[in-house]
Each structure stands twice: as structure tokens, then as C-alpha cells.
Design a protein around this ligand. Structure first.
Ligand code: HEM
Length: 458
């Protein structure tokens, strides 16, 4: 990575207000979110991807956000590093947050010690050995999902990728089979879609006899708890539970430091958290991967040759570059829990939120040479710095499923390219479209593929 020391914009705003002793916050657009939304033609993605903000305000600025109020946005590398390394006592998770829709036991809803002990119970589920057990299952689901694609026709890849990642997570996380698998497959996408909109939109929590958005959501949530309750009961009664590799079975056996087990409600809330956080994000990244590959035919040829030769370095570099240039989660937030939190030249008051702009950090010309160029080879032979390439956030709240997601991306892409030929395109790049929490390709990541004549050899 080439550092561009000539890039001084960040400090311009700080210098204007005085250096390290500064107590004021940086400038930013004055208009409210609603006014900016109207100005952006109701395209939420234009606001949230913050494309042009660095040009106007530098790396740090303030924004008025619904539900959060005035928020400090940072992408200055040293500050991002500091924020991710901060003590849990200084910074908590964003509020209101996804925990509002997933329940109080969700990892997203917890801060401090409660978050630490819950995360400790979940972490073993994402260790290498355990993940390796999911390898074959992931490839099987990828093959089954792709077999439904008609050859030679253009269609959005996102729905098919969503079906694949949903099945993977239902089997690995819930250990679901049969009737319950079908019921969850039908219910969960609707529950997650409504939940992720409710998480980011200031909609009143009225039920209105099940007709208002929160009413519909709560009804689905009750159905969800009924199904998961059955799954938990049958897992508890399963004499072979110790041989199961799904996360539900693991959580039933897990205990906190004081020896108490997780309650059924906690298990249910954690499982829906994993599904919500892990299903759409991974599917959307896959749709972007297809969108990128079809627009870079020379790279596609090199990648296929590399994979055919049994290598995966170029694939890993490609995944990194997709996540760098097309992050599906564009930001992550923390809430200040102390009277005044010092970061760079800023003093942020208690209760205010600080947003790390993942998209701005990952396109910072000081960190990435020609940052807007799609060039996977930049990652060859290098281990990406975890505070510069941050699609999974960072610090104690870094995505717990990052290794799971990376393995899934590898396996689905490897399966795709081993068995299908992608047709390149000269169509313009797909634009970003906001889908609740994730940013997806505007045309769903259109795919045209043919079965590979030599597919049997792989
Ligand atoms: C490409 C796919 C994915 C992306 C881009 C992604 C991204 C993220 C990001 C940005 C965060 C917030 C981190 C922070 O605040 O610093 C996060 C948190 C989280 N993710 Fe992921 N994620 C992905 C896949 C997954 C998967 C597959 C799972 C589980 C199976 C998962 C489970 C979680 C959980 C539980 C959290 C909350 C962690 C905590 O608060 O301690 N994610 N993810």
C-alpha cells in the first residue's frame, strides 16, 4: 500500500478549529437527514456511502442522522485504529441498534461485561477446526443453488446467492432439517427484511393489531420463537447431540464463567442475530463479486486459471478487493460512554455516536494507491492491515463471523468458477442500492453463465 503524504484534507478542518486541544467538532452538512434525502432524490445509498464527503469536508466531519442525532464520522486512519482499540468502558455499541429488533440477549444489544461473556460463549463456534466441518456442506448448497440457474440468460444473482447463504446458515447455525427447515426458510427472510428496515428507520413501535410494521414484525418474531423452541427441545432430547456440529447444539452445552447455561431465549436471540448478520451480508458480497468479475474479463481468466491450478492466493486477493471497493456494510458506530472521549483533535461528549466510515477508510489514497481502481493484485503477497481493510469492522466488536464468511465466499466462488463459465459484460458498473442494513448492486448483480464444458475435471 502506498501512503500519500500529500493528502492533507483531513487536518484542514481540525486546523481551522485549533489542534489537539480542540473541543469543537468538525463541520459537515448542516441540513437534516430528511432534507438531504430529498436532495439526493430519495436515494439513501447516496447519503450513507458518503462518496463525496471527503472532497467537501476532509476525512472527519459531522452528520445529522435519524435516531442518532449529530454524529462524528471518522475515516482518518490513526483515529480508526484508536477507536477500534478503545476500551469497552469508553465506547459502547450503537444505540438504538440491531439489538432493538433481535432482542435484548442479542450480541448487538450488549455492551461491556455482558457483551464479553456472551461473545466468549459464541467464539468457539467460529474457530478453524469447527469451520472446516462446514466446508462440504457449503459446497453442496452452492452446487444445489446454482443448478437452478438457466444457462445463457441474464438474471440477478442476489436472490440465488441469498437462497444459498440462507440454507448454509440454517443448517450450520440452527441445525435445522425437515419441516422446521422449511418453516424457517420461509419466515426468516421476511423477519430479517422487516427487522433491518426497522433497525435503521425511526418508525414508532405501535402494533396496531398486527397491521403496523412493528405489529407485523412482532407477530413474525413470535412464530420464530415457537419454531426455535421446538428445535431446542429436540436438540436437548437428542442422544447424539455431542456429535452435532451446528451452533445451536454447541450453545445448548455452553456455560458462562459461573457455570450457568444459556436460557432458551438467549439461544434463540443469538441464533437470529447470527442469521441476520451473516446471511444477507454474505449473499450481497457474492453478488458484488459477480458484478466485478464480469466487468474484469482479463482478471477473470487469470483467476480461473489460478483456481484450476489448485491455488487460492488470487481468490483471496479478489475477495479482499471486492470487500474493499464494494463494502456491503458501509459504516459501524460506537456510542461514547464517558464524559468526554478524545479522538484526534476532537473531544466527543458523552452520549454522542462516532461512526467509522468503512467506505471512506478503504478508499483513502494514503492507504491504497489509486483507491478507486479495482485491482485485486494489490493484495498479493501482503497481509492486509486489520485497521485499513475493515469490511468486518474492528476491535472487540469485530464481526464474529468474519472467518466463516470468508470461507463461504471462497467456497461459493470456487464452486461457481469450477463448474460454470461467466459471460463478461461491457455494461456500466452497477450502482449501490440500500437494502436496509446492506448495500447491494442496483441490478442485483446480473449474471450470465454457461456450464463449463470441462466441469467434470474439477
Ligand atoms: C461478508 C459478510 C459479512 C460482513 C461484510 C459482515 C460485517 C460486519 C460488520 C461491519 C460488523 C460490525 C463490526 C464492528 O462494529 O466493528 C459485524 C458484526 C457482526 N457480525 Fe458480521 N459480517 C459478515 C458476515 C457475518 C457472518 C457469516 C456472521 C455469522 C454467522 C456474522 C455475525 C456477526 C455478529 C454476531 C456481529 C456482532 C459482533 C459483536 O457485536 O460482537 N457476520 N459484521
Amino acid at each position: 500500500m502506498i501512503r500519500n503524504t500529500a493528502h492533507h484534507k483531513t487536518r484542514r478542518s481540525a486546523a481551522k478549529h485549533g489542534q489537539a486541544t480542540c473541543t469543537r467538532l468538525p463541520d459537515g452538512p448542516k441540513a437534516s437527514f430528511v432534507v438531504r434525502l430529498v436532495q439526493a432524490g430519495f436515494d439513501r445509498s447516496k447519503l450513507m456511502t458518503l462518496d463525496n464527503r471527503r472532497e467537501q469536508y476532509g476525512s472527519d466531519f459531522t452528520l445529522k442522522l435519524p435516531m442518532y442525532g449529530k454524529t462524528l464520522v471518522i475515516s482518518e486512519p490513526d483515529e480508526v485504529r484508536q477507536l477500534f482499540k478503545s476500551n469497552q468502558a469508553d465506547l459502547g455499541n450503537m444505540e438504538p441498534n440491531l439489538g432493538r429488533v433481535m432482542g435484548p440477549g442479542s450480541l448487538f444489544a450488549l455492551s461491556g461485561e455482558a457483551h464479553r461473556s456472551q461473545r466468549k460463549l459464541l467464539t468457539p463456534a467460529f474457530h478453524g477446526n469447527r469451520l472446516a466441518e462446514y466446508r462440504e456442506l457449503m459446497a453442496e448448497e452452492a452446487r444445489a443453488g446454482m443448478s437452478t440457474w438457466p444457462a445463457g440468460e441474464s438474471l440477478p444473482s442476489l436472490p440465488v446467492m441469498s437462497a444459498i447463504t440462507l440454507n448454509i446458515i440454517l443448517r450450520t447455525v440452527f441445525g435445522a432439517t425437515g419441516r422446521d427447515l422449511h418453516a424457517l426458510r420461509d419466515l426468516l427472510p421476511r423477519l430479517v427484511r422487516t427487522g433491518s428496515i426497522l433497525a435503521v428507520m425511526p418508525i414508532p413501535q405501535w402494533e396496531l393489531f398486527g397491521y403496523a410494521p412493528w405489529g407485523r414484525f412482532n407477530r413474525m418474531r413470535r412464530q420464530y420463537h415457537a419454531i426455535v423452541g421446538r428445535l431446542i427441545d429436540s436438540a436437548r432430547a437428542d442422544p447424539a447431540i455431542s456429535e452435532r456440529s451446528d451452533i445451536l447444539a454447541m450453545l445448548i452445552g455452553a456455560t458462562y464463567d459461573d457455570g450457568t447455561p444459556m436460557s432458551d431465549r438467549e439461544i434463540a436471540e443469538e441464533l437470529v442475530t447470527l442469521l441476520t448478520a451473516g446471511h444477507e451480508t454474505t449473499a450481497t458480497t457474492l453478488a458484488w463479486a459477480i458484478e466485478r468479475l464480469r466487468r474484469h474479463p482479463d482478471f477473470l481468466t487469470r483467476l480461473v486459471a489460478d483456481l484450476d491450478a489448485g491455488k487460492d492466493e488470487l481468490l483471496n486477493a479478489f475477495i479482499n478487493e471486492v470487500q474493499r471497493t464494494r463494502p456491503v456494510i458501509a459504516m459501524t458506530l460506537r456510542k461514547v460512554l464517558v464524559d468526554s472521549y478524545a479522538i484526534g483533535p476532537w473531544r466527543v461528549p458523552r452520549g454522542m455516536h462516532i461512526m467509522v466510515s468503512i467506505s471512506l477508510t478503504q478508499t483513502d489514497p494514503r492507504l491504497f494507491d489509486q483507491p478507486l481502481r479495482f485491482y485485486p493484485e494489490r493484495f498479493l503477497g501482503k497481509r492486509p492491515d486489520p485497521y485499513e481493510l475493515i469490511p468486518f469492522g474492528g476491535g472487540v466488536r469485530r464481526c464474529i463471523g468474519a472467518a466463516f464468511a470468508h470461507m463461504e465466499l471462497q467456497i461459493v466462488l470456487r464452486t461457481l468458477l469450477a463448474e460454470h463459465t461467466l459471460e463478461p459484460t461491457t455494461a456500466p458498473d452497477e450502482t449501490w442500492q440500500s437494502r436496509g442494513v446492506a448495500f447491494a448492486p442496483g441490478d442485483g448483480g446480473q449474471i450470465v453463465r454457461w456450464p463449463r464444458a470441462d466441469a467434470g475435471c474439477h
